[in-house]
Design a protein around this ligand. Structure first.
Ligand SMILES: Cc1cc2nc3c(=O)[nH]c(=O)nc-3n(C[C@H](O)[C@H](O)[C@H](O)COP(=O)(O)O)c2cc1C
Length: 330
């Protein structure tokens, strides 16, 4: 029986229970629009947006974070902060801006974010976390969630405190990345701790960590989670979620041909250039994404190193045409 099911989160029901998660430096509108076109996840997420940025900066300077594509599906806006009053204000701003759901980042391990008392450092203070969630709930009619990391191998004991804060404050659902904030991606995902939240919360739990194929998807669903979130594996393969949904449902799925994959890479980069008004920035992004879009190319490394020294969009277009067209014909 397929594990793909409708997913009810607060007052919204989505047709499927797979989500494209937040990735800083990646999850802006051009990326999400392609994911939506090929995959139709329950929803996609913005990268984390600082409450202070939302409150104090001009809408123009926030474009990269808050712009939505007219053709994309539901979007969860993820907020980062450590002050309930600011969080309430930011929650109202993104509600008015057209968010479909709102999430609080409680997982970011980056020093700069933790030193401001935000991201994963919020997990060390369940009382503050409770107040933060209450502030969000009081400021929006949209479903509200929290995305956390787990206690893992640490000495801290926060899983049960966090479960209580999330439940008591009335969050509509919880996203759990199965690693401690000090753990890198080489540490295997801690499915048992995700299961702890599934068993101890009445609201839905979304499992996150290392999902890239049917096997890893099955392992995550085995925790009993109501839905799953995909992070890194969605980069450069906007069709991944659509493919997993089709495979789960026993339906055929036509993988885009190489030439089309190359065209998607270019579309992503061109739309970034348009969104940010900067060819230079788009080229830097292209260098970052090239190896992901070229996963299926035998000449993946050669392609990535050519993109790495490419300076203009015209040049990028001809390099991409050469590599993706060449292997298609072969
Ligand atoms: C480059 C990068 C940026 C990330 N940015 C965010 C972010 O802005 N907000 C967040 O909650 N998690 C962020 N994450 C964590 C992912 O959303 C996800 O929890 C993690 O990568 C585990 O899922 P995966 O194994 O499917 O990638 C980021 C991860 C990476 C690799």
């Amino acid at each position: 029986m397929s594990l793909i099911k409708p997913l009810t989160l607060g007052n919204r029901t989505f047709p499927v229970n797979i989500i494209q998660g937040p990735l800083a430096g990646v999850s802006c509108a051009p990326f999400r629009a392609l994911t939506w076109r090929y995959s139709k996840p329950a929803f996609s997420c913005t990268e984390m947006i600082s409450c202070k940025t939302l409150i104090h900066q001009s809408e123009y300077s926030q474009q990269r974070f808050i712009a939505k594509d007219p053709d994309e599906g539901p979007v969860c806006f993820q907020l980062s902060g450590n002050h309930p009053v600011e969080l309430a204000e930011a929650t109202k701003i993104v509600t008015d801006h057209g968010a479909d759901l709102i999430d609080l980042n409680c997982g970011c391990p980056v020093k700069k974010i933790r030193s401001r008392g935000a991201g994963s450092s919020l997990l060390s203070d369940a009382t503050l976390l409770y107040k933060m969630i209450c502030a969000m709930k009081a400021s929006t009619h949209l479903p509200v969630s929290v995305k956390i990391r787990v206690q893992g191998g640490s000495d801290e004991k926060f899983n049960s405190d966090i479960a209580a804060a999330v439940q008591d404050a009335g969050a509509d659902f919880l996203v759990v990345h199965g690693r401690h904030w000090t753990e890198h991606y080489e540490t295997p995902c801690r499915y048992d701790e995700i299961r702890f939240f599934v068993e101890n919360l009445q609201v839905p739990v979304i499992g996150n960590g290392d999902i890239a194929c049917m096997t890893s998807l099955g392992k995550m669903f085995a925790t009993g989670c109501a839905g799953v979130m995909i992070g890194r594996a969605g980069v450069g393969q906007p069709w991944l979620i659509g493919k997993l949904i089709a495979e789960m449902n026993g339906e055929p799925f036509n993988l885009p041909l190489h030439q089309e994959q190359g065209a998607l890479f270019l579309e992503h980069v061109m739309n970034l250039a348009r969104l940010l008004g900067s060819e230079k920035f788009a080229i830097l992004q292209a260098r970052k994404f090239a190896k992901y879009y070229a996963r299926g190319l035998a000449s993946r490394l050669e392609f990535a190193s050519r993109v790495n020294v490419c300076e203009t969009l015209d040049e990028l277009q001809s390099i991409t045409g050469f590599y993706f067209g060449q292997e298609q014909a072969a």
